[in-house]
Ligand binder design. Structure first.
Ligand SMILES: Nc1ncnc2c1ncn2[C@@H]1O[C@H](COP(=O)(O)OP(=O)(O)OP(=O)(O)O)[C@@H](O)[C@H]1O
Length: 951
């Protein structure tokens, strides 16, 4: 048997040639993977060494033996094989069929099978005809088939092994590469370490061999020398040689010793390096192991993750399937519900049709009813207007100057003081007692529209004022002022105490709050705009309390300011047919004298649009911070000026497009006081004089109105000028009479009460709303332009008259007879300042006289003294229909001054349509042209002259 073995890497492959090998032996060591562990590393397909081959063949023998022992089936075949002495053709059929059994064929060794085939073929060759009996042929075929099967199985096996080997080879190659690269770093060192001892060894060997050869030679030579000891000379020579050799030997021994030392050193170095390398290798191994562990843990992690994901996916799947089931059941239930719903909807449809029918019938009925309601709603507006009218009529009936009296409580620290107030009646009756005359004798009774006791709250007071605020929104001018002695509670009533809470708010805040409320309630029918001005009159000069202007005013800022203010607030000033500018000094405000309610009295004062009560509070607080106050003996912090909060309201009727204008003056007058009692001097005295003078002028105006005097002296003080629009016949006025209950103030309180009582008897006539229709506006505009034209023409005519007079030799101011020329008012007494002032009642008087006149007990309780009355009446009579304003109108703007009117010889008087009396009209020398007449007559029913009504 020929056995050949090759080594591929670690694996051995045995190829058994010759038929003795059992190719189908499944336990063979040649099976892939069954590699002996001690197999040395070799190159691919390296023939095995002799010893290895021997070992392998002995292994094979053992295998064959064991195989033979194991398979009993093979024994039968050997028996058949033993048949060699006979012929196959002569074999009995039973034997052949036994051989052909698959079991025996499977177990038969291949060698036996081959010998059977050879035997049969040989037999057929031996025969003459070469025929093979049928049964033998069958056997032959079977055997050949078995051999073929075995060969193909083996081939497959070999192929698989080959592939495995290839894979392993690749794997080991890569490992080798890795190790090579690892070793590359240390290769050089190892070389050095390995080469050096080898070199040393070789050198040593050569030296030793040389030494030995020399020793040998010497020994031989010594032997020869022994043989020939004949010559002494030679002996001595040899001795010398011996010594030399000895020396040389010693030398060599030394050299050997040093080499030995070197070798030892190299050995130790090598060992150290080996140890280091081992360590390094171990480190690398450990690193690789750690990496391996890491990778393994990662693998484990990922496996765990996979497992987790699998479990979560499973649970999700389960939940989804559950959901699907739920949805399915839900869908089913919905489907059922839908079916039910369909039934129900059909029923509802039926029901709806029925209901629709009944609704139609009801709608028809409702339509009829709604029509009736719409008609009623149409009338509602008219009813509202009627209501407003009625409300104002009631107000008119009550009188347009109303007087409320308020008694201040004693202040903290004044407890136990004696009061002058005896009793307060519900019907506005107030009884005061003179502390000097106890009993009925000293009692005086006064009657006002209402009297508020010391316990009255701010809210209760305002409740009675509220209708006036409503009037403002309806387009009326309203003036509310507080009058009284210093410290009697004027500021408290009008504004409230410092840092007032909402409960303590005075009239100012409450009025504006109420105004906003009313405008909100009416927002569906009216759109309101509200603007506020706050001024003070100090020493007869008007100052804007809300202005942030620091420097002096420009020389003629008024035209521009008025225009911009009016424009900004959409007010038109075509109604102001008499405009007078008064230039006092650059720091103070000018006041315009106005004839229409919607004009601005102090156009130079800043106007602040307000949208809420908060805006108002801020503005009023700012204004009052700027107010002039000082301490007097009577009140620690006494207001030394009249403060006026003016609220301008413009309402647009959203339906009709009309505008309504209303003004509300809220006046906190400076405290009236006796100069001697207030113990003031210097500037304070001057202040007091101005205050008393302006209050006296207010009294003049009110009494002129009381007397229905055609001349009302508004121009005597800035106060009356500013309040003119709210004090005239078209306004509603409310006066608060503030009373200090202290007995020490009895005389002041008494005169205050007397004045107030007289005022309460004044009738101003019917108030008039400043409602404008679109048509009225247009007509007013036309009127204004026509008036301009007339004025221009008049001026021209006047110029011509003047020229004519000059031509005719005009005699001068004193020469002309009064009344001769209708427009030629010359030096009639009214234009002589002295006379004029006398007529107005204060030229010859001092300021304290004014105070006395105002508060004098000598006056009759019904009004002015008879002398004064006649004075006023005289003045009014001599003035005819002219107002005091007309005198101012003739002054050129440059020369205007309040106290010294510059008189020009010829005067044209422009009549205010609202105030023009029929007499003055008829007396007018220049009748308007027919066109103007027509315009005036068409507007006359809209802008009616004021008719003073007596209630
Ligand atoms: N009805 C009232 N209830 C409580 N305190 C009041 C009332 N009226 C006035 N007072 C208090 O009386 C003092 C004087 O009032 P106030 O300053 O309003 O007087 P006045 O008339 O405005 O004085 P002047 O004219 O000097 O400015 C203040 O401390 C005020 O708080």
């Amino acid at each position: 048997m020929d056995c050949r073995m090759w080594d591929i890497g670690k694996f051995q492959i045995q190829f058994l040639f010759n038929a003795g090998g059992n190719l189908s032996n499944k336990n063979s060591n040649t099976k892939a993977g069954n590699v002996p562990e001690d197999a040395p590393l070799r190159g691919p397909l390296t023939p095995l060494s002799g010893e290895e081959r021997r070992k392998a063949s002995s292994d094979l023998k053992n295998q064959q033996q064991s195989t033979t022992g194991l398979h009993h089936g093979g024994h039968n075949f050997h028996e058949v094989f033993q048949w060699k002495q006979g012929r196959y053709a002569d074999l009995p059929g039973a034997k052949i069929s036994e051989m052909m059994k698959s079991n025996s064929l499977d177990n038969a060794p291949t060698q036996s099978l081959l010998s059977v085939v050879n035997g049969i073929l040989d037999e057929s060759l031996d025969r003459k005809n070469g025929e093979i009996p049928h049964r033998v042929a069958c056997l032959l075929r079977k055997v050949v088939q078995e051999i073929e099967r075995r060969i193909s199985t083996q081939a497959d096996h070999l192929r698989t092994q080959n592939n495995l080997f290839k894979i392993r080879e690749e794997k080991y190659k890569s490992r080798i590469r890795v190790l090579e690269t690892l070793a590359a770093g240390n290769g050089e060192e190892i070389k050095i370490v390995t080469v050096h001892p080898q070199q040393t060894k070789v050198r040593r060997k050569t030296i030793i061999s040389l030494f030995e050869e020399k020793v040998k030679d010497k020994r031989e030579s010594v032997k020869e020398t022994d043989k020939h000891e004949t010559h002494e000379h030679e002996t001595s020579k040899h001795e010398i040689d011996k010594q030399a050799i000895k020396q040389e030997t010693e030398k060599h021994i030394c050299e050997i010793a040093s080499l030995k030392q070197e070798l030892e050193m190299a050995k130790t170095i090598h060992k150290q390096q080996c140890l280091e390398m081992q360590k390094e290798t171990e480190g690398v191994k450990a690193g690789l192991q750690a990496r391996l562990n890491e990778l393994e843990s990662l693998l484990n992690d990922s496996n765990n993750r996979v497992k987790e994901l699998e479990t979560s996916a499973k649970s999700k799947c389960q939940s989804w399937s559950m959901k699907v089931n739920t949805y399915q059941s839900f869908m089913d239930s919905q489907f059922h519900a839908m079916r039910d719903l369909r039934f129900t909807s059909n029923a509802i449809k039926q029901e709806l049709l029925k209901t629709q029918k009944s609704y139609f019938e009801e709608f028809n009925l409702l339509e009829v009813k709604l029509k009736a309601l719409a008609d009623a709603a149409g009338n509602y507006r008219e009813v509202l207007n009627e209501n407003r009218k009625l409300f104002n009529e009631i107000q008119d009936l009550r009188g347009n100057i109303r007087v409320f009296c308020r008694v201040r409580p004693f202040l903290p620290g004044q407890n136990g003081k004696q009061t002058i107030v005896e009793s307060i009646g519900d019907n506005g009756q107030l009884v005061v007692t003179n502390p000097a005359k106890p009993g009925k004798e000293g009692q005086k009774t006064f009657k006002f529209n209402k009297v508020f006791g010391p316990a009255a709250t701010q809210g209760e007071v305002f409740a009675d004022i509220q209708p006036f605020i409503q009037s403002v929104v309806d387009g009326y001018n309203v003036c509310i002022f507080a009058y009284g002695q210093t410290g009697s509670g004027k500021t408290y009533t009008m504004t409230g105490p410092n840092d007032a809470t909402e409960e303590e708010w005075g009239v100012n805040f409450r009025a504006l709050n109420n105004l906003f409320k009313i405008s909100q309630n009416r927002r569906s029918t009216f759109q309101y705009e509200v603007g506020v001005q706050v001024v003070e009159i100090y020493n007869d000069q008007v100052r804007d309390l809300l202005s942030n202007r620091t420097g002096p005013a420009k020389k003629y800022p008024f035209f521009h300011r008025i225009h911009s203010l009016f424009k900004c607030f959409s007010f038109r000033y075509y109604c102001c047919d008499i405009v007078i500018f008064v230039f006092l000094n650059p720091h103070t405000m000018g006041v315009t004298s106005i004839s229409q309610p919607n004009g601005l009295a102090v156009p130079d004062a800043s106007m602040h649009p307000v949208l809420s009560t908060t805006d108002v509070i801020d503005l009023i607080n700012l204004g009052f911070k700027n107010r002039t106050v000082s301490a007097t003996a009577l009140n620690e912090r006494s207001s030394r000026s009249h403060s006026i909060v003016t609220v301008h309201v413009r309402g647009k009727d959203l339906k009709a497009g009309n505008y309504i204008y209303g003004n509300l003056h809220l006046v906190d007058l400076a405290g009236s006081e006796r100069v001697d009692r207030s113990e003031v001097t210097g500037d304070r005295l001057k202040e007091a004089q101005h205050i008393n003078k302006s209050l006296s002028s207010l009294g003049d105006v009110i009494f002129a109105l009381a007397q229905k005097s055609p001349h009302v002296p508004y121009r005597n003080s800035k106060l009356t000028q500013v309040l003119q629009s709210s004090l005239g016949g078209q306004a509603k006025t409310l006066m608060f009479v503030q009373l200090n209950p202290d007995v020490t103030s009895y005389s002041e309180s008494l005169s205050t009460l007397k004045f107030a009582e007289r005022v309460s008897g004044v009738e101003l006539g019917a108030a008039r709303s400043s409602k404008e229709g679109k048509d009225v506006k247009e007509l007013m505009e036309q009127m204004a332009s026509l008036k301009d034209t007339i004025a221009k023409k008049d001026e021209e005519i006047e110029r011509l008259h003047l020229l004519k007079d000059l031509k005719n030799g005009y005699p001068g101011i004193d020469g002309e007879q009064p009344g001769t020329g209708s427009l030629r008012y010359d030096s009639s007494p009214i234009y002589r300042p002295k006379t004029r002032n006398r007529l107005l009642g204060h030229t010859e008087k001092t300021v304290s006289d004014h105070y006395n006149w105002f508060h004098s007990d000598k006056r009759s309780e019904t009004g002015s003294t008879d002398d004064e009355k006649s004075e006023i009446t005289d003045a009014a009579l001599s003035m005819g229909t002219e107002t005091d304003d007309s005198a101012e109108y003739v002054h050129s703007p440059e020369g205007v001054s309040l106290g010294k009117p510059k008189v020009v010889p010829k005067v044209r008087v422009l009549q205010k349509p609202a105030q023009a009396s029929p007499t003055s009209k008829s007396e007018s020398p220049r009748a308007p042209s027919p066109a103007i007449k027509k315009t005036l007559s068409s507007s006359s029913n809209l802008v009616k002259p004021v008719v003073r009504k007596k209630v």
